[in-house]
Design a protein. Structure first.
Length: 459
């Protein structure tokens, strides 16, 4: 007898969309087939719904421990679940202390195990001050290392210089772990900020041009090629940046890139209209750039999409000096509904689930197939739904998407076979687990610690 059979849905995989039933036994998918027969303890009618693999959001800032008043793992993970997510990767900065060593990793791990409603992985930081701590972070099980090539805005997470980034990449490569970079040139952005006369939104936008992003992306790709490091460029905001990364891939550099829903949805005009809730870095670009970025996505040259959910209290989003406004967009809950608007569901399935699991080598995640974790999201895709403030699970229910209409709505989310979100309500209690890369080995088998073959991922 099957534990659960989901019947009548349109199953979305990276290969296509097809009517199929899904049988779940315990935490795993047992069978995906048309008209699964036999009894089940529970049958779920998914008629009229599309079933996607659970979203893996590889870029969130939940700020715990230390700055939980900004968000926190409980509220943040609930928002992920409500958006169809089943796994998030929490960034090392904005927490206090940031995740720069084993002690800070364990603080965050314990907090997440106690409070997360979805599975989680943790990024470790890469800064000039913790190069000698990368190995201990790897032993803890970080998913990779995150570095800022410009000012992070957080005093205890300094930006990285070229020498330290090169050395960090060498060490990351030896540990078979990727490095993710926030790619904006500090020399360009600092100079333009210093030259700015006005302190409004337009001046901020002008201080962070596409040229600053391209300079940093180019430098990171060069270092990745030199060191043999797996590189992941996060929140790419422009088509030229994607093309530069594609050139690196053709030159056999192991580099992938992420973009975010806000770059595919909003524009620089929204920053001037909405103010601080639409401020981020790199900043939102023009409508023309937004469409060019969509072109790159549809051409399959963007490998992943993450929310870059970076919340703050509302007072940090307000200042007469726009440069002092906290830069971060709250959007984890809207990641999937926002990007389903232009169809091509198999592509969306790849960039929010399958590719993420493949790039970061997550066993049993990211696919709707027998033997994989039963991480599923049931979505109504042919309606018109308003994003409302009262539906947000964030600690601070603010977002530039409030009032926007979308064509998709998450109806139900399963984590390892258990319903965690249904019809606008979080179900059950925190049950998230730390997810480790396939190559990770515990210290109980020291001869095999962190041994795996690092290969270029053909996406």
């Amino acid at each position: 007898m099957n534990n659960i059979v989901i019947r009548g849905g349109q199953v979305v995989t990276s290969e296509g969309v097809a009517a199929a039933d899904i049988a779940i036994a315990g935490e795993k998918i047992e069978l995906v087939a048309t008209d699964i027969s036999g009894p089940a303890r529970m049958e779920i009618d998914a008629t009229g719904l599309h079933i996607f693999p659970g979203v893996i959001d590889a870029h969130v800032h939940f700020n715990e421990p230390g700055r939980t008043e900004w968000e926190g793992i409980e509220t943040g993970s609930k928002s992920v679940a409500a958006g169809g997510g089943t796994l998030f990767f929490d960034m090392p900065l904005n927490a206090h202390p940031p995740t720069l060593d084993a002690e800070s990793f364990q603080l965050k791990r314990r907090a997440a195990e106690a409070a997360s409603f979805v599975d989680f992985a943790l990024w470790g930081g890469l800064t000039p001050s913790n190069l000698d701590r990368l190995e201990e972070l790897a032993q803890c099980g970080v998913i990779g290392f995150k570095a800022f090539m410009c000012d992070s805005g957080i005093d205890d997470f300094p930006s990285i210089d070229e020498r330290s980034l090169r050395e960090g990449m060498k060490r990351a490569a030896s540990l078979n772990l990727p490095v993710a970079v926030h790619a904006e040139s500090e020399s360009i952005t600092a100079r333009l900020k210093g030259e700015a006369i006005a302190r409004d939104a337009r001046a901020y936008l002008d201080s962070r041009p596409i040229a600053a992003e391209l300079a940093a992306i180019g430098g990171a790709i060069e270092l990745a090629g030199e060191t043999g490091c797996q590189l992941h460029v996060v929140h790419v905001s422009c088509a030229a940046g994607v093309r530069l990364i594609s050139e690196g891939r053709r030159a056999n550099v192991n580099v992938t890139c992420e973009t975010c829903p806000h770059y595919l949805t909003l524009t620089c005009e929204d920053v001037e209209r909405l103010g601080g809730i639409a401020k981020c870095a790199p900043p939102l670009r023009s409508a023309t750039e937004r469409e060019l970025l969509w072109d790159e996505l549809l051409a399959q040259r963007i490998q992943t999409i993450g929310s870059d959910h970076s919340p703050s209290p509302s007072e940090m989003k307000q200042s007469s000096d726009f440069f002092k406004v906290w830069g971060g967009i709250s959007g984890a809950q809207q990641l999937l509904p926002l990007i389903l608007s232009r169809g091509n569901f198999p592509l969306i399935s790849r960039v929010v689930s399958t590719n993420v699991a493949q790039i970061f080598r997550l066993p049993g995640k990211g696919r709707i197939a027998a033997g994989f974790d039963a991480d599923l999201t049931l979505v109504k895709v042919n309606g018109e739904f308003e994003i409302k403030k009262e539906d947000l699970f964030y600690r601070h229910p603010q977002s530039p998407y409030i009032g926007r209409h979308v064509t998709a709505r998450v109806e139900r989310t399963f984590l390892r076979g258990q319903t965690i979100f249904r019809d606008g309500t979080i179900i059950g209690k925190a049950a998230g687990r730390l997810i480790l890369r396939a190559c990770f080995k515990t210290q109980e088998t020291p001869a095999l610690t962190l041994t795996c073959t690092l290969q270029r991922v053909p996406l």
